[in-house]
Design a protein around this ligand. Structure first.
Ligand code: F6R
Length: 364
């Protein structure tokens, strides 16, 4: 049942190339993005003034990435909220707000409550959901399914990766209709999207190297993940992956926030994972890496192939293949998933069923 893998999590990580392809291919028609299930005409799309993304856990992290991609590509304002916060804060929903609820299970209690609350306030709700026919899928006005297939491991991998893809597609669709990308740019994005599965595969095949690295950190007490912009979003997910299955305390920080408090936690030997995939932010990130390294941190960097300067500030480098800056999270997450996985395996933890956690959080 685990397809020859030791754990469902590994099997599901390996299913990512296929899951990603299954999620984008039905929505690519030549040079067009067609998302029929959106149920929105071009006119409807143009009438959207703002988006609100609401979700929990990793789905929330996908939403944070979505904010950067949607705002950057389609130039539309996006708010992202944790469902457990959103539902109790008497949210303001103006005319022209599109609510997006992201959920693998489609049963998360807070996300479902947020959906009901926003519908009662008159918002139109789009669900980005994995489980077909789940409560969120049934109650949303429209559903865009992620075609990840059943996910068994408590720590999400392939469903999260498909949520990113769904958000890219949405951003591309809105960008096209709103005229914020040229046809040529859009074609480039489509080409890049189509290359993600094989690039993910390549990164997965690098697993032995990550495993070797991970075994050096089985006794780590704290790990910090830092990034800026879209790389901050991936830091959040990388940190959650590690802590939930390995029980090592980890935190993600927007790198620019380090000196506002967190840097005092850096000691000799503390592992800092720095993600830098945005060329325009390389220099800023490198300064932050130098800052923590000067204080004794061991710096693991995840960056683009061809970043020649990273070695100046990193002790260990993992390269991701080239894609456009909006899609880098889909690649950078792979080594971070593998890192969390191998630490968990190395420590002898229950990888697929970490303590105190449930796959579907149907209680508040
Ligand atoms: C982490 C994880 C959780 C879920 C969260 C939301 O690996 O799986 O953080 O992402 O509980 O669950 P869904 O997506 O089912 O609403």
């Amino acid at each position: 049942e685990k397809g020859g893998c030791e754990h469902f999590m590994l099997k599901e990580m390996y299913e990512q190339p296929k899951a990603i392809t299954d999620t984008f291919s039905p929505r690519l028609k030549g040079k067009e993005i067609v998302i029929e299930e959106l149920g929105m005409s071009d006119e409807d799309i143009l009438s959207v003034k703002k988006m609100m993304i609401v979700a929990c856990g990793s789905a929330y992290h996908a939403g944070v990435t979505g904010k950067y991609v949607l705002e950057g590509m389609a130039r539309i304002p996006v708010e992202v909220d944790l469902a457990s916060e959103y539902r109790y804060r008497d949210p303001l929903i103006e005319e022209g707000t599109l609510m997006i609820i992201i959920s693998q299970s489609g049963e998360t209690a807070d996300s479902l409550a947020a959906l009901r609350d926003s519908r009662s306030r008159g918002a139109k709700v789009l669900g980005i959901v994995n489980v077909v026919g789940s409560s969120i899928a049934r109650e949303a006005d429209n559903v865009m399914y992620t075609w990840a297939g059943p996910e068994i491991a408590v720590a999400t991998t392939k469903a999260y990766s498909c949520q990113l893809i769904a958000l890219y597609l949405l951003a591309m669709k809105f960008a096209k209709v709103r005229g914020t990308v040229t046809d040529q740019e859009l074609e480039g994005y489509i080409e890049d999207l189509k290359r993600i599965p094989e690039q993910v595969e390549m990164l997965l095949n690098n697993k032995n190297r990550i495993q070797k690295f991970a075994t050096r950190y089985l006794a780590a007490r704290d790990v910090f993940f830092i990034g800026r912009g879209i790389d901050y979003a991936i830091s959040l997910e990388g940190s959650l992956k590690l802590k939930e299955i390995s029980y090592i305390h980890s935190e993600a920080y927007a790198a620019g926030e380090l000196k506002h408090g967190t840097i005092s936690l850096i000691e000799e030997g503390t592992l800092v994972a720095a993600v830098l995939t945005q060329e325009k932010l390389y220099q800023k990130m490198i300064s932050n890496m130098v800052e923590v390294r000067t204080r004794g941190a061991f710096v693991l960097a995840v960056t683009n192939e061809g970043n020649g300067e990273v070695k100046r500030a990193a002790d260990y480098v993992i390269y991701i293949p080239e894609t456009n800056p909006y899609f880098t999270n889909s690649l950078a997450i792979i080594p971070l998933q593998l890192f969390g996985y191998y630490i968990s395996v190395g420590k002898g933890c229950d990888v697929d069923k970490p303590r105190n956690l449930a796959k579907s959080v149907t209680v508040e």
